[in-house]
Design a protein. Structure first.
Length: 205
């Protein structure tokens, strides 16, 4: 926890971005009956019945101080899907960075060995030579700021029925472009001093 709090307290460095990464599963739901559109004085009305269209996964990476995020919609949340998203992030979005600090939770697909399994040892080593992994403590994934960004994405974009992956991808891409153009970041205020004050009773002497 202290390591992450120290990392978050560092000033913004373009050559060493701090990027928080997490994922979210979401259901694809479509209307069984066409909604009634809004009209003056009457809100739009939607039937309570819906049709399930399966599930898909969203990978979300956010650079809190840089005000930049990347989101990918995938059919599943497997090792190969995570590695493909991380490769695009490191090569395209942060290709010019000297070092990338990746903040992750302890999900089994988030470790260096997964890159080696998918890409091979040599290719993985070449890709990850600029990467420093930082893991949240177990049962403390709230220290990953990607969860904050996922909460905002859920409230602003996913709070409605979306019936297919193509539509969801288009909506998420529009949301991402708007947030990136506005340069919206995350202001992290929980410090080491706050941690000591709130959690010291749990510390082992």
């Amino acid at each position: 926890m202290y390591e992450l709090l120290e990392l978050y307290a560092r000033p913004l460095r373009r050559d060493e971005p701090v990027v928080c990464l997490d994922e979210k599963s979401t259901q694809l739901l479509s209307d069984l009956r066409a909604p009634l559109p809004m009209r003056p004085g009457v809100p739009a009305r939607q039937d309570y019945e819906y049709v399930r269209g399966g599930t898909c996964n969203l990978f979300v990476a956010v650079e809190p101080k840089g005000g930049r995020r990347s989101v990918a919609v995938t059919a599943r949340r497997g090792k190969a899907d995570f590695v493909a998203f991380a490769c695009d992030l490191l090569q395209r979005v942060y290709g010019s960075a000297r070092r990338v600090h990746l903040v992750l939770d302890n999900l089994n697909i988030h470790f260096r060995c997964c890159f080696e399994d998918v890409l091979g040892v040599k290719t993985a080593a070449k890709l990850l030579r600029r990467v420093q992994f930082h893991y949240t403590p177990k049962h403390a994934s709230w220290l990953n700021m990607a969860e904050i960004e996922i909460g905002i994405l859920t409230r602003q974009c996913l709070n409605q029925r979306v019936g297919d992956r193509a539509t969801l991808t288009s909506m998420v891409a529009a949301w991402q472009r708007y947030r990136n153009a506005a340069g919206v970041g995350i202001e992290w205020t929980f410090t080491r001093q706050d941690a000591d004050w709130k959690l010291s009773r749990h510390y082992v002497a």
